[in-house]
Design a protein around this ligand. Sequence first.
Ligand SMILES: Cc1cc2nc3c(=O)[nH]c(=O)nc-3n(C[C@H](O)[C@H](O)[C@H](O)COP(=O)(O)O)c2cc1C
Length: 379
Amino acid sequence: MVVWSPFKFNCGREMANRFAIAPLTTDSSHEDGTVTEHELEFVRRRAAGGFGATISSAAYVAEDGRSWQGIGAAHDGHLSSLQALAGAMRAAGGLAILQIYDGGRIAKPELIGEQTMRAPSAVASLRPGARTPRAMTSDEVESLVGSFRAAAALARKAGFDGVEIHGANHYAVHQFFSPRANHRDDHWGGTLAKRMNFPLAVAQAVRDALGSKLIAGFRVTPFEAEADGYTLDDARLLCDELAGLNLDYISVSLDDYRKSRPQRETRVYNGPAEEIPVPATSPITELARVIAGRCAVMASGGIKTSGDAEGAIEMGADLVAVGRAVVVDPEWLSKVRSRSEASILAGLPGDEREIASSLSIPPRMVEYMLSRPGWIPRL
Ligand SMILES: Cc1cc2nc3c(=O)[nH]c(=O)nc-3n(C[C@H](O)[C@H](O)[C@H](O)COP(=O)(O)O)c2cc1C
């Protein structure tokens, strides 16, 4: 089966198989953005299954862009924390990739202070209770590109095999590309081509900071579920440009890859799904077509069995990222490998303390996940 065969990135680094652990925020770091022992244990146990790569929880690149209490890659004070994380991620031999992000208009006011919430434009997100951010000046936009560059340089220094830019799921990079969030009329917005400038500048800056021998990935939401959002055709143009920047992979973020269902900005998981207009052809197939082998394509969303993973590869992906399945069952990959899929845990147990202790999930992460009904399956 293709999923167990190795894969070599453009930069020369190799995954032993096609499975990656998807980026999974724990909301459980120390307040200063350093990693906790609970988080290291969460990652170590899951990576031990033999994943070809582990992608980290998203690390903030700027203090005023934090969306939860996660890890930071914002200054030299985060270096030893990042080194510890890279060590835990590759304990079983897989590659360690640091995901980096900025929250923009979905930063958390309690973490950053209300005065400083800044975004492409002064437009509030659709999340319940969202505040209106202020529009960034062009100097601030350039400085944010610099923060992504600096975070990638820090990841390199910390010993990661690469960096993934979080360009998906409504965070700042996504916001710059979205006509709903970006109403600018300068270099960074106004037309579709200009809305691409921020994602492309960040991708170029990260590639420059990493050099040619480390993995540079970019995670994208293939289309917006919201009215007036960007379309799959728009994302196709963005991916065409990104693939020209010597990236190693583009990761297509979906909540359910078989149903082509992207993450909504509201993050309400128990609402009616059928309202989302679904493209006739899978976004994975469409984007793989335009990327045309210039870099790898990673698929994610609802991968629970090896058959799901093979299905994503048949649609055009080279690699798959697995999220909730490996949250719920830390031994997921070993069970898939030994064809014991019937024994895979299908949901979190009822008791919160049992979730934390038996599954090595930081208690704050348990709270965070359970605060969104319908997000994580329960037994
Ligand atoms: C607890 C949790 C935290 C997540 N944190 C991140 C994150 O930091 N960055 C990101 O790009 N996606 C994040 N995601 C989304 C997952 O990476 C994945 O795309 C999504 O859960 C769909 O895949 P799945 O069905 O395999 O879980 C998170 C998902 C969960 C369940």
